[in-house]
Design a protein around this ligand. Structure first.
Ligand code: EPU
Length: 414
């Protein structure tokens, strides 16, 4: 990959990874065929497809569309190697328990940001009547009664996947479930909208209080369009900030990235909503500003590696604080190899902007970190080679081709 300048043109934002993975699980809560359009062609979707197939679902792929025909979850021994590939697989726990009454779920894996506990999932499902044993390898859960029982659940943290998990557990539970301090992410709303289209009674998704009236069964076959991926959009926006340029992001939803856009505007970037997305402009070197990650609607932890990369070539010094995954800084050592001036102190990084980076061979440690290194290469003198790009492909549909289409000099190499 060679340093390139000035991105121009238009590029379409893919469907949201963190929506489709949960939607695929939700499709198994009913019988019939569910079709998801605007589905990103990423490896996590294919891996989730394998999990769904192992659970009795029939998965059909067409370009940007995936159909799942389900007859309910089949009881089977889940393949630990598959479950370990992604964090989203923990969202199988609630819906499988609710319908099969007993589940052995190998512990989910996903990106390595340090400790990623499942205590809130476990405590809430216990409150709904599950008996759960947690070992270092698996979560074993069993219903004490015939169904999960609706109750008031208070999340001590608005965990995204816990909220998804509990919604899917509660739709077929007995009585009313109230989730207080629920995650408010747009992907949670997407999941609730899909389930409601099958007859579920979920109210309040997108707010901190979600109320679910349990029903006996979900019915119907629907076509559901996956919402656009705000993290991919933020990555492409950061690319424009780093390389400079004028790009229309087709399908980007500015409303879902409000806090990020306010901060980037403050750094000197320009945004204009257009009829089918967002126009993004960066005509001069951005100015450093402090950033801290927060639960939605705050600036997402998933945007941070790209933002730190942008700050590393901005004018001035900034402090970036990670409040969600304290250990999510492994990309910093790679940026240092490229000449960035970044110091880590606990869950803060101090970024002193440099004029440009230097091409180097760097390693992708996770999805967003890998993507951030691709962006760093846009502002590096000479060639940058990124290894372990399979991490990037878990969440981005051909990021190099997208960047190429707006003028970046980047490609996969053997
Ligand atoms: N947490 C607990 N206990 C729990 C669950 C979560 O302490 O039982 C803590 C976590 O350790 C973390 C915080 O709560 O400190 C937030 O975790 P959350 O559960 O919200 O994250 P997640 O649902 O595991 C999703 C996305 C991540 C994204 C985070 C934060 C999916 C599959 N993953 O993870 O996406 O970073 O929300 O927004 O939806 C990515 O796409 O690259 C990615 C990592």
């Amino acid at each position: 990959m060679f340093a390139s300048q000035n991105l121009q043109g238009e590029v379409k934002v893919q469907g949201a990874k963190n929506s489709i993975l949960k939607l695929m699980i939700a499709a198994m809560l009913t019988q019939g065929e569910q079709t998801f359009t605007n589905c990103p062609d990423i490896t996590d979707v294919h891996d989730m497809g394998e999990i769904i197939t192992s659970l009795g679902g029939k998965v059909k792929y067409e370009p940007h569309t995936i159909s799942i025909t389900s007859n309910g979850f089949h009881d089977c021994k889940l393949d630990a190697n598959l479950i370990e590939k992604m964090r989203a697989s923990v969202a199988l726990l609630g819906p499988m328990l609710s319908t099969l009454k007993e589940v052995r779920l190998p512990l989910p894996g996903g990106d390595d940001f340090g400790s990623r506990p499942v205590d809130i999932h476990v405590r809430c499902l216990e409150a709904m009547g599950a008996e759960i044993k947690l070992s270092s390898k698996e979560i074993y859960a069993k219903l004490q009664k015939k169904r999960l029982i609706g109750t008031r659940l208070v999340l001590e943290y608005p965990s995204h996947t816990t909220t998804d998990n509990l919604i899917m557990a509660a739709v077929l539970a007995e009585g009313e479930t109230v989730i207080e301090n629920a995650a408010r992410e747009p992907e949670v709303v997407d999941l609730a909208n899909f389930l409601n289209s099958l007859g579920a009674k979920i109210q309040g998704a997108g707010t901190s209080r979600i109320v679910i009236d349990g029903i006996d069964k979900l019915t119907g076959s629907v076509v559901h369009e996956v919402i656009p991926d705000r993290v991919e959009a933020a990555t492409l926006i950061s690319a424009v900030g780093i390389a400079g340029g004028d790009v229309n992001l087709i399908d980007a939803v500015p409303f879902n990235m409000d806090m990020l856009l306010v901060r980037l505007d403050d750094m000197g970037m320009k945004f204009k909503p257009i009829s089918n997305g967002l126009n993004v402009k960066s005509t001069k070197r951005t100015i450093s500003r402090d950033v801290q990650t927060l639960p939605y609607p705050g600036i997402a932890t998933d945007y941070k590696p790209a933002i730190v990369t942008l700050l590393s070539v901005s004018e001035g010094t900034s402090v970036v604080t990670e409040n969600i995954f304290i250990g999510r800084f492994r990309y910093v050592e790679e940026l240092l190899k490229m000449g960035a001036n970044v110091t880590t102190e606990g869950h803060h990084v101090i970024v002193r902007g440099v004029e440009s980076l230097i091409g180097a061979t760097v390693e992708s440690h996770d999805i967003r970190a890998g993507a951030a290194l691709v962006l760093a290469g846009l502002k590096a003198e000479g060639e940058t080679t990124i290894t372990n790009v399979h991490h990037i492909d878990r969440g981005y549909e051909n990021l190099p081709r997208k960047l190429q289409s707006i003028g970046a000099n980047v490609a996969y190499v053997e």
